[in-house]
Structures are given as structure tokens and as C-alpha cells.
Write a protein that binds this ligand. Structure first.
Ligand code: ZN
Length: 132
């Protein structure tokens, strides 16, 4: 397993980590299998979506913000309940196929780390399950 450290810069943002994950695959000379990308945080997430148009991650963040307004009566005393709910909705992991040493992603797809309660120092774990 490889740990990737990420420093986020905003309260909410989506950071393209595709190249960082690919670097783990390339470094280990992995050829074929499944890559697990997991973040061990309760107010962050990992997702796959379009990176070609920066309006797409902007719209995702905006839609989540509108769906989960701070005006909802939350009980959690830390004050970051919308971030916890966003983490559960988006999810903390993704599986990506690996073939010929490359992540198998669609033309417009990228792996994003999603920060919902930053800025913070964050971690993403990458684990590879080779073909048997
Ligand atoms: Zn909290």
C-alpha cells in the first residue's frame, strides 16, 4: 500500500489526483489488476468525474452545497455536519482497472480527491490487487 499526502487549500475543493495514483502504479511496475483508491477521512471523499472542463467539479461542489445547506438543523457539535454527509454521499473510495501499467479511465475521466472541510493535510491510500 502506498500513502499519498495532499495539502488542501480551500474549505471545499476537488483536486485531480490521477497523476499521483498513476505514479504509484508506474513506480511499482504494475501491469494488470485493480487499483483501490481510499481516503481515511470522514469529511473528504474520492470520486471519478470529468476533468476536461473545470466547470464540472465546480458544479458538483455547488450542487452538493445547495443540497446540503448549513441552515439544516444538525446535531453534531463540531459544526461540520454538511462535510460528513457529503463524504458519505460521494464515498471514500474508488476502484480503477489497470491494464498494461496504465489506469483504465475514459477520455474525460479523472480521479478526484474531494475536500469538504479544509484546508487540511489529508491522506489517500492506494492499494493494488494484481491479476491472479
Ligand atoms: Zn465533525
Amino acid at each position: 500500500m502506498k500513502e499519498i499526502n495532499i495539502r488542501t487549500n480551500s474549505q471545499t475543493e476537488m483536486i485531480d489526483i490521477t497523476d499521483l495514483v498513476q505514479a504509484v502504479i508506474s513506480e511499482k511496475k504494475i501491469k494488470s489488476g485493480i487499483c483501490v483508491v481510499f481516503t481515511p477521512h470522514t469529511t473528504a471523499a474520492v470520486t471519478i468525474n470529468e476533468n476536461a472542463d473545470p466547470d464540472v467539479p465546480h458544479d458538483i461542489i455547488n450542487a452538493l452545497e445547495k443540497t446540503l445547506p448549513r441552515s439544516i438543523q444538525y446535531r453534531h457539535s463540531e459544526g461540520n455536519s454538511p462535510a460528513h454527509v457529503k463524504s458519505s454521499l460521494v464515498g471514500v473510495s474508488e476502484l480503477v482497472l489497470v491494464e498494461n501499467g496504465r489506469l483504465v479511465l475514459g477520455t474525460w475521466q479523472a480521479i478526484f480527491f474531494c475536500e469538504f472541510d479544509g484546508p487540511r493535510q489529508r491522506k489517500v491510500m492506494v492499494k493494488f490487487l494484481p491479476d491472479v
